[in-house]
Design a protein around this ligand. Structure first.
Ligand code: PGA
Ligand code: ZN
Length: 416
């Protein structure tokens, strides 16, 4: 039996030193699972609501725990997540907090896997999953909301698309990260790290492009497989809604100029991936860019040499879609992208993250499972990516809360 008998909630630290919600679920047969909520800094306007950890815990204890203990089966993920939804009663989890919801949702899944004696990815994905591995996108240089006085573009991501294994890909990203440090040093540029462990030098975006392009080329030559790169522009953070322009410091770009700018960058650097190139309400701008670069013929193999989608540039919606099937439907109708970022805490439950992935795949959108800038040592997203056969995962390149996921992928690959 996987009847949930106990749900415990507590505050734990996240990687920014901020309290976050940790949940533990126990079942009648002795199953145990633990999950902790991540937290964003450049959060989308349409995300489910994160409450202060203490408040989220108090509300979840009052409203959700009585509907779970003795009431639902951990193995029935939709039952657990449905109970969380009805306990909350809002569309955006503003009553119990998406942070409480996602922590409980993940803990229940792990408790169910524990009862089965199976790895989490197998419980979530079934017996036929676990043969393909996601290509990790590694944040190597960044700024935006993740570091002060650094690049305007939030993330420059190493993309080892030619890697023969997940372990090779993980080490390639770490090598690019190290190479970036060396190149910055050669240029006499000091750099601390931002929230996700990426270098956060005080350089303009143009110089960051030079350095990252050089670093991925150097590492590709060394490892002997293709390493490209991509971006998370996080353009909502650059957008000045009053004036209708994107602000890069003193420089501004109109929405049309922004599309041209990103399309030119894609061509110049043969970018594998561009996330949130336009602000979160501009479905039309996204569609324009996708029409221009989404079907590029690059001669590149699919991720990890997989068949299926070719090597065209991925235009990915993060703040645009917020892991929400209603927003994704709208995007599909508009032709707004060809990829979706999937962050379980943006929507609040694992079931709904699965729904977003399924809708994406049915419509030819590539799901990219993702961490947040504030993270813990929780490894659920590594299992989620393998369970859903997601071609990419974005979970940093270095740093303990990032390597927790990367090392878990290496272990899953080694044991599969
Ligand atoms: P966030 O950033 O977790 O701070 O929202 C990550 C992203 O924008 O992809
Ligand atoms: Zn993003």
């Amino acid at each position: 039996m996987t009847l949930v008998t106990e749900v415990r909630l507590r505050r734990v630290l996240d990687s920014r030193g901020t309290p976050t919600v940790e949940a533990e679920v126990r079942t009648e047969s002795g199953g145990f699972g633990r999950g902790a909520a991540p937290s964003g800094a450049s959060t989308g306007e349409y995300e489910a609501i994160e409450l202060p950890a203490e408040e989220a815990i108090a509300k979840a204890r009052e409203l959700a725990v009585p509907r779970l203990e003795g009431q639902v089966y951990a193995g029935d993920q939709r039952g657990v997540d449905g109970a969380l939804r009805s306990a909350d009663g809002t569309d955006d989890f503003s009553e119990i907090g998406a942070n409480s919801a996602v922590a409980i949702s993940m803990a229940a899944a792990k408790a169910a896997a524990d009862v089965l004696g199976a790895p989490l990815y197998q419980h979530l994905g079934g017996a036929f999953r676990g043969r393909n591995f996601p290509v990790p996108l590694g944040n190597v240089v960044g700024g935006g909301e993740h570091a002060a006085d650094a690049t305007h573009i939030q993330e420059f991501l190493s993309a080892p698309v030619g890697a023969p294994s997940v372990a090779d890909a993980v080490f390639a990203n770490a090598a690019v990260h190290a190479e970036v440090r060396d190149l910055l040093e050669e240029r006499g540029i000091a750099a601390a790290k931002g929230d996700e462990g990426a270098w956060a030098p005080s350089v303009d975006d143009a110089e960051a492009f030079e350095v990252v392009a050089e670093a991925v080329d150097a590492v590709a030559a060394e490892v002997g497989f293709e390493v490209g790169f991509g971006l998370d522009v996080a353009a909502s953070e650059l957008y000045d809604a009053d004036d209708g322009v994107y602000r890069y410091g003193e420089e501004t770009r109109s929405p049309e100029e922004q599309v041209d700018y990103v399309a030119d960058l894609v061509e110049e650097y043969d970018l594998v991936y561009v996330e949130d190139p336009l602000e979160e309400d501009d479905f039309e701008g996204f569609a324009d860019l996708t029409a221009r670069v989404g079907g590029r013929s690059t001669g590149r193999a699919g991720p990890g040499g997989r068949p299926g989608r070719g090597g065209g540039t991925l235009v990915c919606g993060d703040d645009l879609f917020v892991t929400n099937t209603d927003r994704l439907e709208r995007g599909i109708e508009a032709g707004a992208a060809n990829s979706i970022l999937v962050k379980p805490n943006q929507i609040g439950t694992l079931s709904e993250a699965f729904d977003a992935i399924e809708l994406a795949v049915r419509n030819g959108y590539v799901p990219v499972v993702s961490h947040r800038s504030g993270e813990t040592e929780d490894t659920t997203i590594a299992h989620l990516a393998v369970a859903t056969d997601a071609p990419f995962i974005k979970t940093g390149a270095v740093g303990g809360e990032r390597t927790a996921k990367l090392n878990e992928l290496i272990r899953i690959e080694a044991n599969a």
